[in-house]
Design a protein around this ligand. Structure first.
Ligand code: SAH
Length: 221
């Protein structure tokens, strides 16, 4: 981790504050989520050459054909997951840059996160260490299978889009648990869904139209 956590110029606190104002205007209302995002440096999760764009509200490339999610989407998905209170654990599928897991780790006691590309996971871990976030547990694996050894989870967040909700993830949700997940085809229509498990089954709510990278099979170095 070579980048300065404090940030200067385009990565300074003032620039970050402007992003938070924008998220608020776009409808993010959870003050805890906004405060965590205001004080979590996003620029360290992306390549230094692009750090001047870290506090724009856009997704950015992180290599390996993957992207760091747009801040609005990070805020929105986090807010949805926390709507009924703070769960004690969360499973994230698709660690990517590690930014979303860092935001979750400052709100939720334990964060489990699974990534299929080993190189990305290694870099994400370095960022978590630099920020002294010791409550994030990572696994290099195909996250469609969840992380069964640590299940069940009161909260699951999927940050890559499958065409259908993976059955293993449904099984690993607690009764009363919530999952936010983008579902749809790669270049076609994707929607963000909120799935809630009850003692009789699953309730599904369609939220926003979204665009995520696809959830892919298997794991790679
Ligand atoms: N939450 C991330 C978003 C990264 S983009 C962030 O904050 O940066 C989605 C990530 O999901 C990519 O890194 C991609 O490699 C990963 N991914 C795709 N399919 C996966 C799978 N089956 N299991 C685990 N990770 C997967």
């Amino acid at each position: 981790m070579q980048q300065n956590i404090e940030g200067i110029g385009m990565t300074s606190q003032r620039t970050r504050d402007r992003l938070i104002e924008r998220l608020r205007q776009e409808g993010i209302g959870n003050e805890r989520v906004l405060e965590v995002m205001r004080t979590t440096p996003r620029h360290i999760f992306i390549d230094e050459a692009m750090s001047s764009r870290a506090y724009e509200d856009s997704s950015l490339p992180i290599g390996h054909g993957q992207t760091i999610s747009q801040p609005y989407i990070v805020a929105r998905m986090t807010e949805i997951l926390l709507k009924n209170g703070i769960p004690d654990t969360v499973l994230e599928v698709g660690t990517g840059s590690g930014y979303q897991s860092a935001v979750l780790a400052r709100l939720i006691p334990r964060v489990y996160t699974v990534e299929r590309i080993s190189a990305l996971l290694q870099r994400a871990r370095q960022c978590h260490q630099a920020l002294k976030l010791h409550n994030i547990y990572t696994k290099h694996s195909d996250g469609s299978w969840g992380w069964p050894e640590k299940a069940p989870y009161p909260a699951i967040m999927v940050t890559a889009a499958p065409e259908q909700v993976p059955p293993s993830l449904l099984e690993q949700l607690t009764i009363g648990g919530r999952m936010v997940i983008p579902v749809g085809s790669v270049n076609g229509h994707q929607v963000l869904k909120l799935i809630t498990r009850s003692d009789t089954g699953y309730d599904e709510k369609v939220l926003d139209a979204v665009r995520f990278v696809p959830l892919l099979d298997g794991s790679v170095r």
